[in-house]
Design a protein around this ligand. Structure first.
Ligand code: P6P
Length: 327
């Protein structure tokens, strides 16, 4: 089994990017250890704090966020970090080359019920000629990412990573090393599995209601095949399933907050997951256009997401082209 750093070096990955990824994994290994302790460490449950998203912060949200901030900003390669749990970016070495955005513990509402959660990360380079520390440095379209990935803390801890040369998966061994366990991951073009939070049905656009209604009609309906549904309420786990066996995962716009395009965040959920999915041969869209082409205006900007098996995502997009939008 090949070590993460050996695999990246063997494939001529930029040496400073390899160092940054290794630094990220130091933080994720510490988070994995904290999670493994679970209730024994007295770190389950919520705090009295609400984050910039308006969500009550779990103790492990803050612990994970602090571990990532401390470890990353200690590396001189890092110019700054932006986190789901921080109002504003935090800056480090003014000569640092990289910017890192992250959701430190995605799916954290699942922690207390011992269901998989994960750390999602996106790596950008500081734009040429930009001198001042500002949030503007981060506001780059997803196609500018130099690397993206997540560490899924499940029955095993698995890193899914892309540096723009496909997607590979590395499992955390008891030795503390990430070892290559799946190479050149490819998402099947078609699927019979969809993931959506059905409780929001009455809030969706007509196109989404029509699309899901036809999935539910199964072989008697226009899709002429039976589908199965999953919903884990942890994007990292859903995307890992899609990368592993195909499927479509979607969190679309809904009318509960019509001004927001969706629930998920572009810079540290939509963009990194979209890079992974596209690098694995899938599609990742807003239901109308590719997420990686969205021009970000705000560090905590939200985005509608529909990602996975290319033929299924393109079918969903066709429903949205053919049905008048209400947005
Ligand atoms: P809901 C977790 O809070 C998250 O951001 C994603 O990981 C997940 O897919 C989604 O929200 C779940 O949302 O509305 O089903 O709780």
């Amino acid at each position: 089994m090949q070590l993460l750093s050996a695999y990246l070096k063997h494939h001529n990955t930029d040496t400073e990017l390899v160092e940054l990824i290794e630094t990220l994994m130091v933080a994720c290994k510490e988070i994995a250890l904290q999670l493994r302790e679970g209730a024994l460490a007295g770190i389950h449950g919520t705090t009295d704090n609400t984050n910039v998203q308006g969500e009550t912060q779990k103790k492990l949200d803050i612990i994970s966020n602090d571990i990532l901030k401390e470890v990353l900003l200690d590396n001189p390669l890092v110019r700054g970090v932006a986190s789901e749990e921080e109002d504003d970016p935090v800056f480090g070495n003014p000569n640092g080359r990289f910017l890192v955005t992250f959701d430190p513990l995605d799916g954290s509402s699942n922690i207390d019920i011992n269901v998989s959660v994960g750390t999602i990360f996106s790596i950008l380079e500081v734009p040429e000629g930009d001198a001042a520390d500002s949030v503007e440095l981060f506001l780059q379209p997803g196609r500018r990412q130099v690397a993206a990935g997540y560490v899924l803390y499940g029955p095993s801890a698995v890193l899914s990573l892309t540096t723009g040369e496909g997607v590979n998966m590395f499992t955390l061994a008891h030795t503390g090393d990430f070892l290559l366990t799946r190479e050149d991951v490819k998402i099947p073009n078609s699927t019979k599995e969809f993931a959506i939070n059905m409780s929001n049905h009455r809030f969706w656009e007509p196109a989404m209601r029509n699309y899901v209604g036809d999935l539910l009609s199964g072989s008697e309906g226009p899709r002429e095949k039976n589908y199965n549904m999953r919903w884990i309420a942890s994007m990292v786990a859903e995307v890992h399933r899609v990368l592993t066996r195909g499927g479509i995962f979607t969190y679309p716009w809904d009318s509960r907050d019509p001004q927001k395009p969706g629930k998920l965040r572009l810079m540290y959920e939509g963009n990194p997951m979209s890079m992974l999915v596209e690098q694995a041969g899938g599609r990742s869209t807003t239901c109308y256009s590719d997420i990686l082409d969205v021009d970000p205006q705000h560090i905590h900007q939200r985005v509608a997401v529909a990602l996975g098996s290319s033929e299924e995502v393109e079918t969903l997009m066709r429903y949205h082209r053919e049905t008048p939008s209400v947005i």
